[in-house]
Design a protein around this ligand. Sequence first.
Ligand code: ATP
Ligand code: MG
Length: 434
Amino acid sequence: MDDRTYAVDAEPGETVTVAGWVHEIRDLGGIAFLILRDTTGKIQVTFEKDEMDEVLVETGLGVHRESVVAVTGAVKEEERAPTGVEVTPESVEVVAEADPELPLDPSGKVDADLSTRLDNRTLDLRKDEVKAVFEIRAEVLRAVREQFRELGCTEINTPKIVATGTEGGTELFPITYFGREAFMNQSPQLFKQLMVGSGLERVFEIGPIFRAEEHNTPRHLNEATSIDFESAFYDHTEAMDACEAVVRAAYEGVADNCADQLETLDLAGEFEVPDEPFLRLTYEEAIERINATGALDEQLVWGDDLPTEGEHALGEEVGQHYFITDWPSEIKPFYIKDHDDDPDLSTGFDMMHPTMELVSGGQREHRYDRLVDGFEQQGLDPEQFDYYTKMFRYGMPPHAGWGLGGERLVMTMLGLGNVREAVIFPRDRQRLSP
Ligand code: ATP
Ligand code: MG
């Protein structure tokens, strides 16, 4: 049972047991301080060497940094201490000794590169500014779940081991499944679509997606967290409304509940919930605006995918979250529905942060014959997707949805330089452990 007192709860006049990590020991000669850190903050333990028991002083000041200790003693006011109080120790117990050599300095006085930090995440997450990122990430997921609930969604969990991929064969991780070839799922796309035809109608999932991305970039992971939404009887514009609501709810949650963490990250002054509505640019307008910036050597033409430099130039101009709608059908996946009056134009959309893509979505093709044709056009064997297509013969309503990258949401929200900073244990081309 945890019957200790947390650092911030220690009040003058009481006797407490505080327990946590040895952040720092400062020896000034006759007087010395042990700064003890727990999840709430740092508390000063003061040793007056000449007046205290010798063994107590030796134990308290001889312990290595980052060891776990429990200190019992009286709390008194001390305005120069981090929490305005200090503990006068009556006993010090070394609960778990740390090696004197640390692979990483949690006090942050010595910088470590990202690779060393990721190799030693436990120690890395003892730093306030790293812990703050993951507390904010947790708040983002909480707020997003609450918003989905307000939208009338049911949370689902779909398989991550699958027989076939959906986005073409290249980005799949193959695995062996009882002697058969199987894959780690790239996206819950097909499963969530199957649920809009079920009694659930409107669903969301927050779960891992696996992509064997060829490139090592600051915004790609090989295992990412996808926030997925799908609703029966929605068209692409209603899906965009829901997307906007969810992203804004994430920001609102953080603004309302993470003031301390934003302060720790030096973002308190500048953090803003994005204004609604997000600008909705068509793909055609987007390429025109990118061409007009002069950022690209070659002008974009209809049908081109938007290169990263183009996205950046446009993002800088727009200056906040925005949608790109009405993409050419040929560069959107087969399950996206085309506009009824123009088969070359799809209802697919992307939602962009000024610096990168956060979301892809659209209205889905729910008509069986067209869906099967789409598979063939994409070079996929419809037979392999029979488990999916056959349900479109038994009453599949029109529907729309999207997928939002959880790590990219946190990364862009906090201005992190690398998406790996938004994952506790990232998976990339080099990194398979921890
Ligand atoms: P990109 O073009 O940026 O590689 P994508 O268009 O291939 O992304 P989608 O299949 O549209 O990705 O997935 C929807 C969202 O999931 C993306 O907008 C992004 O936020 C997130 N996402 C996809 N792949 C990754 C990845 N490898 N690492 C991190 N997030 C990802
Ligand atoms: Mg996309």
